[in-house]
Design a protein around this ligand. Structure first.
Ligand code: PLP
Length: 383
């Protein structure tokens, strides 16, 4: 009998009891001083996690809603954008942009690799009339576990005026991110990934340069009007009824990260990454991403040739109540994603490794039982 599933998926992630309890508080008016105090505390703490002095807007919608908001608030109808894709979510930037009729220049890289800043530099150099108004990119690409080199991507813009719009939905608080120091213009995040909160809220950090561009935007918007959201945020409010319980929950989760220190939280994610990489390699499994670009969110790996991914997820789910994520898009038939983000104790991570090992054994794969845990212990023992 198990009350909870153990989640090894990249969102929704496990929720700490402190956060669950905060989200279960009796309802208050979202126009009350009580709510304003919580909302303002959350706004300030979000800025410190984004490493920005700018406003971080708190939206009641999933992360994709805020990606859409980014495109319709800071651009003009039919603008040209450069969509940089290293996987499934890079393609989502392109798809949303196409849905709104932007001219999309699509620059893709092999899945499992990071974006090459030089290729972006070449695109911008060729754009002599400065028609590209935004570069769309992932901070961490969740379909592959790859962390993109944002400081370099930002730097190669030189004096090109394109806004840099970053989907940090899975990477925020799991991989390094410095909105101001790196010159990022729009940064989107979401509650249900490393922020340890149920799904339903997303965050958008906006630079002064992007706010200036918003003044010229001619695209229709109403619920996702960010200028309106900014005006209300200054009074600790939202234009529409927010998901009050989620605001209470996220305030607690973000406080936990600030109490630990965001850099320490990220370092903990990278240590888990090292543990999982060592354990999977000890099982003889091939990893998708090279260590040089592997982020702290998840580790994607190929299943053994004669064992379909689904056989392993089914075995883990049925025998151990463990949910591990399948591959996405073209990686679905051959890979799984071992997520290690958010709220997870080291011993739970060890249990996840054991569940995978047992599922492999149950499917006839030959391995040395315990070798993966020994490799994990080797990494833990290092610090
Ligand atoms: C999860 C995720 C999304 C989608 O977010 P939703 O909250 O499901 O809309 C987009 N981009 C990345 C990188 C993600 O990990």
């Amino acid at each position: 009998m198990a009350e909870n599933k153990f989640l090894l998926i990249p969102g929704p992630t496990q929720i700490p009891n402190r956060v669950l309890t905060a989200g279960a508080q009796p309802m208050v008016s979202h126009r009350s001083g009580e709510f304003v105090a919580i909302f303002n505390e959350l706004r300030e703490n979000c800025k410190s996690i984004f490493k920005t002095k700018e406003e971080v807007l708190i939206m009641t919608c999933s992360g994709s809603g805020s990606m859409e908001a980014a495109l319709i608030n800071f651009l003009r109808r039919g603008d040209k954008v450069l969509a940089v894709s290293v996987g499934n979510f890079g393609d989502r930037w392109r798809d949303i942009a196409e849905a709104y009729g932007f001219q999309v220049d699509y620059l893709s890289f092999p899945w499992g690799q990071a974006a090459d800043p030089q290729a972006i530099a070449d695109k911008l150099a060729a754009d002599v009339n400065k028609e590209i108004k935004a570069i769309l990119v992932q901070h961490h690409e969740t379909s592959t576990g790859v962390y993109n080199p944002l400081p370099e991507i930002s730097r190669v813009r030189g004096d090109h005026p394109a806004l840099l719009m970053v989907d940090a939905i899975s990477g925020l608080a799991a991989c390094p991110l410095e909105m101001d120091a790196w010159g990022l213009d729009v940064v989107v995040a979401s509650s249900q990934k490393a922020l340890m909160t149920p799904p339903g809220l997303s965050l958008i950090g906006v630079s002064q340069k992007a706010w200036a561009a918003a003044e010229n935007s001619d695209i229709p918007k109403f619920y996702l009007d960010l200028k309106k959201a900014k005006k209300y945020a200054a009074d600790g409010q939202t234009p529409f009824t927010p998901a009050v319980s989620l605001v209470y929950a996220m305030n607690e989760a973000v406080k936990m990260i600030v109490e630990e220190g965001v850099d320490q939280t990220i370092a903990r994610h990278y240590r888990r990454r090292d543990v999982v990489r060592a354990a999977l390699q000890a099982m003889g499994l091939r990893l998708l991403a090279d260590e040089s670009c592997a982020g702290g969110v998840l580790t994607a790996f190929y299943t053994p040739e004669n064992i379909p991914p689904k056989a392993l997820t089914t075995a883990m789910n049925q025998s151990y109540q463990v949910a591990m994520a399948g591959g996405m898009g073209k990686l679905k038939p051959t890979t799984l994603r071992f997520a290690h983000l958010g709220y997870m104790r080291d011993l739970e991570l060890a249990a996840g490794i054991v569940a995978l090992e047992m599922a492999l054994l149950a499917n006839g794969y030959s391995l040395q039982p315990g070798a993966a845990i020994a490799a994990a212990e080797g990494v833990w023992g290092r610090q």
